[in-house]
Design a protein around this ligand. Structure first.
Ligand SMILES: Nc1ncnc2c1ncn2[C@@H]1O[C@H](COP(=O)(O)OP(=O)(O)OP(=O)(O)O)[C@@H](O)[C@H]1O
Ligand SMILES: [Mg+2]
Length: 266
């Protein structure tokens, strides 16, 4: 079982959009996916919960709110285990119940338990985290617990600073881990090839070389529509150039899985 965080210390860098598309892609590969939305805005959890289509592969099942899950009286802390659904299992955090630093250990224990990570057969094939841009206890949970990190690079001129800040944050959390968080690469996010984007991409390639994933996450109406309609872009009817969009995501996410040591053949 491998878990993935989509995170960079920069607002609006497409973290949520990428995390949701990646989760949809994993379901397309018929993997059992637990989605952990640690952003109190809970956009990702809401999108996955509102899935509008008919396919069982994408049907949501909310296991609960992290704050309830770590409650000593919750059925989860008393030993209840999820039966992974045929679609997504979702753990969310609500704005009403913001986690404190003192909750980090309990939240990590709850994730261990729910995912069955220390069992011979973990309950999920993948866990995907979405995080808010501003640092909080939620980030500590993911940065200590997860295996792999993908950093979306905001293509504005300050985007690269976000990578440096995130690197420093990851470094400071690596000392709480038995093995360092694996870097699965930096992805040019919402890339549309304009002059600023090209310049930022050039600088990012110079500074971060092999860390840059070769396929950008292009700025596409299809990805925005998928989010707006709460369905994977390959299920949107009458979409122009549908195959190209899917092929792009396959290349991008296939690279991420490969870097994450997560066996994937196209
Ligand atoms: N590939 C894309 N093509 C077109 N629009 C996109 C793409 N990715 C993201 N967007 C749009 O960019 C905006 C920001 O995206 P998103 O919410 O995913 O960023 P975020 O990093 O999660 O933001 P926050 O820091 O607030 O959590 C949204 O309006 C989203 O629809
Ligand atoms: Mg977000």
């Amino acid at each position: 079982m491998k878990s993935y965080i989509f995170f960079v210390s920069k607002g609006g860098a497409a973290k949520t959009t990428l995390a949701v598309h990646f989760a949809w892609f994993l379901r397309k590969l018929e993997r059992r996916v637990l989605f952990v939305d640690l952003d109190p805005q809970a956009n990702a959890a809401n999108i996955l919960t509102r899935y509008a289509g008919k396919e069982a592969a994408y049907k949501p099942n909310t296991l609960g709110d992290m704050a309830d899950i770590i409650d000593p009286d919750s059925p989860w802390t008393k030993g209840k285990r999820p039966v992974p659904s045929t679609g997504f299992d979702i753990v969310r955090v609500s704005t009403a119940a913001v986690l404190e630093d003192s909750d980090v250990d309990d939240a990590i224990a709850a994730l261990d338990h729910i995912s069955g990570i220390s069992e011979p057969e973990p309950l999920y094939d993948n866990v995907v985290f979405d995080l808010a841009p501003t640092f909080s206890a939620h980030h500590a949970i993911a940065l200590v617990w997860a295996d792999n990190l993908v950093m979306p690079l905001d293509m504005s001129s300050s985007g690269i600073d976000g990578v440096d800040i995130t690197d420093a944050t990851v470094e400071s959390f690596n000392k709480f881990r038995t093995t360092p968080l694996v870097d699965c690469g930096i992805v040019a996010a919402r890339y549309d090839g304009n002059t600023t984007h090209k310049a930022v991409l050039e600088e990012a390639k110079m500074r971060h070389r092999d860390r840059m994933l070769s396929m950008p996450f292009h700025d596409r109406e299809a990805f925005q529509r998928g989010i707006a309609q709460c369905i994977p872009p390959w299920q949107i009817p009458e979409q122009r150039d549908k195959r190209a969009r899917t092929a792009e995501l396959q290349t991008l996410f296939g690279d991420i899985l490969e870097r994450g040591g997560d066996g994937y053949e196209a």
